[in-house]
Design a protein around this ligand. Structure first.
Ligand code: CA
Length: 300
């Protein structure tokens, strides 16, 4: 199951996931841009690449807090302002957290969640039926930052949008692997030569990639980055091939919900709390293998 606040990097991760997994559902949650744009982006992305995976609408807001969308990062509509045609398909009936509970029963012990988004839908599914923890085999999360917040001084966007949901999911007992922001910056930034290669090669997927990520690239560069970052695809890539994890550990992690540090991932590296580890956190990923797979396999 692919849970997404569908914008620039999510759309490429949708393609990546469909090339490597059997995707049962794409579910939408509030996050990057307006909910309506995210739904349209998901439907268009699936149509563009010829996938008929059902799309379900999830929570249109975080559980408790207010958040701001990030059009400055992803473009006015989330796909770089690309004026693409209206998708023909509509979302299916059914609320994403309910669908997640249903799928966890149908594919008990087999279903994995690719959560490249705020964790609202997953938290709501868990609150409805805590039994999903035992039925879902794995939750892959793109979220959190060790120290280099991309939204506030210390918080990464997905955890910042819904810190309460992140706190609920991290403490629920799922088998979780987290891919934090810094790991993605290190391993999943599309550098100039890679961008130019994709631009000049010009496959159908390349054209999509450029349109969807051009605003993200400009934004990243305006902040001193090397290019657009693809954290969602990196998370899918790691879920598909664990050998991409060069360094990781099991730690107790929590999420701060108050004041200026709201949404910050807290990691107990030295077991200061005495609490048992609840997540695996990736610290370093294999950039060259990821890029090779993304560019020469997924986009080719
Ligand atoms: Ca995302």
């Amino acid at each position: 199951m692919f849970d997404s606040d569908t914008a620039s990097d999510d759309s490429i991760a949708i393609l990546y996931a469909h090339k490597k997994f059997r995707v049962e559902a794409v579910t939408i949650v509030s996050g990057n841009v307006s909910f309506e744009h995210q739904v349209r982006n998901a439907l268009f992305t699936l149509e563009y690449f010829g996938f008929d995976t059902p799309v379900y609408l999830g929570s249109k807001r975080p559980i408790l807090g207010l958040w701001k969308t990030a059009e400055e990062v992803h473009g006015t509509n989330g796909l770089g302002g690309w004026k693409y045609p209206d998708p023909k398909r509509k979302p299916e009936r059914g609320f994403a957290p309910d669908i997640l509970v249903d799928l966890s029963r149908r594919y008990e012990g087999e279903l994995e969640i690719l959560a490249v988004s705020p964790l609202t839908n997953i938290a709501l599914a868990y609150l409805k039926d805590p039994g999903i923890v035992e039925r879902i085999s794995k939750v892959w999360i793109m979220g959190g930052a060790f120290y280099q917040g991309n939204t506030t001084m210390s918080a990464e966007f997905n955890f910042w949008v819904d810190p309460e949901a992140a706190k609920i999911v991290l403490s629920a007992g799922f088998d979780i692997t987290i891919v934090p922001w810094e790991v993605a910056v290190d391993a999943a930034t599309i550098k100039d030569d890679e961008w130019t290669y994709i631009l000049e090669r010009g496959t159908q997927a390349d054209k999509f990639f450029i349109q969807a990520n051009k605003v993200s690239r400009e934004y990243s560069k305006s902040k001193g980055g090397g290019g657009c970052v693809q954290p969602d695809s990196l998370t899918v890539a790691i879920a598909n091939d664990r050998r991409l994890v060069l360094e990781s550990g099991m730690w107790y992690a929590d999420v701060e919900t108050c004041s200026t540090a709201r949404g910050t991932m807290l990691v107990d590296f030295y077991s200061n709390t005495g609490k048992a580890p609840n997540v695996e956190i990736v610290r370093k990923a294999d950039r060259s293998t990821f890029m090779k797979t993304l560019i020469e396999d997924v986009l080719a």
